[in-house]
Design a protein around this ligand. Sequence first.
Ligand code: ZN
Length: 320
Amino acid sequence: MSFRSYSNRQTTLERDIVLKGAGVHSGAEVSLILHPAEANSGYNFYVSGGKNAGHIPGDFRSVTNLTLCTVISGAGGASVATVEHLLSALRGMGIDNADIEVDGNELPILDGSAEPFVAAIEEAGVRELDEARRYIKILRPVAVTDGGSIGEIFPYDGFRLDIEIDFPTPLIGRQRIDLDVTPASFKKHLSRARTFGFMKDVKQLWAAGRALGSSLENTVAIGEDRILNPEGLRYPDEFVRHKTLDAVGDFALAGAAILGLYRSKRPSHKLNSLMLHALYENRDAWTVVEAADKTRRHYVSPRADFGIAFATPNFAPENA
Ligand SMILES: [Zn+2]
């Protein structure tokens, strides 16, 4: 199928994808295998090596740490770190369902962007499944704040991100992007944007035994008065594009594609996660719809009975 627009049917990968590399925080080498998965299964992680093997649902309620990257953990104690760029590639490229197997506790950072995952997805191909694609449709605005960070989600016929950052260094400054996220726009405008860090912070992290896998091969390093990477930037505003890529990955933990506009100033993984929690705590702010008419892109019809079907383990309120 084409990557140009979202299909009205759910998708998965056509075949397995194997990727190898080191985690940016642990420096540990891992093998990552992405497998095709059934409709309505979403993203599921299976840790087959490292500490505490087991299953972790790719769900916002699995998030256990957001300090430096997104860490998710399962009921059995398995955990996996730095899931955000892979999830961004899957959601961004319109892959609804995938089983993700990794023999360690952190995904490989590769080049620090989503591009290697996108290339692998394109190489494997996309399989359309029989079931209609599901969406979380935003019905009214919901807002969250966290320190100086602001997030708000609005009804919108599509998935649109309006992201602004403001760093007090002329090397970044104020940058904003407002983009309808489709597989084509994701690949072109977001997927190649790399993670970034300030050299002074990286040195502190190294001293503390963290960020052990970070290097100019996978991070845009910001020095006192210049970008330290000899190749320079991939986009003039690569920083805000990476923050937008991260938001796509964080929202991939929503359980289904979102029909809404997320507008954020100074977003972080934490803010994006708070946004999802706030959204789901307001039961009148969203509903689940499924794509109905194959001839009209983004056309979706509410299905009253879907609210019940939605109460599957993937979406159920906290198991209480
Ligand atoms: Zn990132």
